[in-house]
Design a protein. Structure first.
Length: 149
């Protein structure tokens, strides 16, 4: 379990897939269906995107491509947003992670739940958080896991 040292234990069930330098996890805010994040496994705080090693960056690009293909097969987003902020210093010390945010022109429906991108054509933030029941969140996680395996 040493690989999870820098991940809060409460987020371990949200893991979609582990890679050499990154861990892909489903985000608990599903305003944007399939929203996930990549957590840099390397220890440390205040990690900047510009400080990634060549190997970390190469794997990041590969994961983004793989993730986009999985999303396309599942929900066919119209666009993608990526965000590397590192602002939540109190929560994770600015540890390196990237938000992967699918964007949709039209609603998507899963299990009678409507996912509406009310900010289409605009910055994805700010938005009202969209928390869904854990079984549905894990269904989304598992659909992505299956496509990424």
């Amino acid at each position: 379990m040493a690989k999870y040292r820098s991940i809060d234990p409460e987020y371990i069930p949200q893991i979609i897939k582990e890679y050499g330098y990154w861990t892909l996890s489903i985000h608990d805010d599903q305003r944007y269906l399939g929203r996930s994040y990549l957590w840099l496994v390397r220890e440390g705080g205040m990690q900047r995107l510009s400080e990634l090693t060549a190997d970390e960056y190469a794997e990041l690009k590969m994961i983004m491509t793989e993730y986009e293909a999985a999303l396309k097969a599942l929900w066919n987003p119209d666009h993608m947003n990526y965000s590397w902020l590192g602002n939540l210093i109190a929560e994770h010390g600015g540890h390196g992670h990237m938000h992967l945010i699918p964007r949709y022109k039209e609603d998507r429906v899963l299990r009678d739940i409507t996912f509406n991108d009310g900010r289409w054509g605009k910055n994805c933030s700010p938005h009202e958080p969209y928390k869904i029941e854990q079984p549905v969140l894990f269904e989304i996680r598992d659909a992505l896991k299956q496509k990424l395996s």
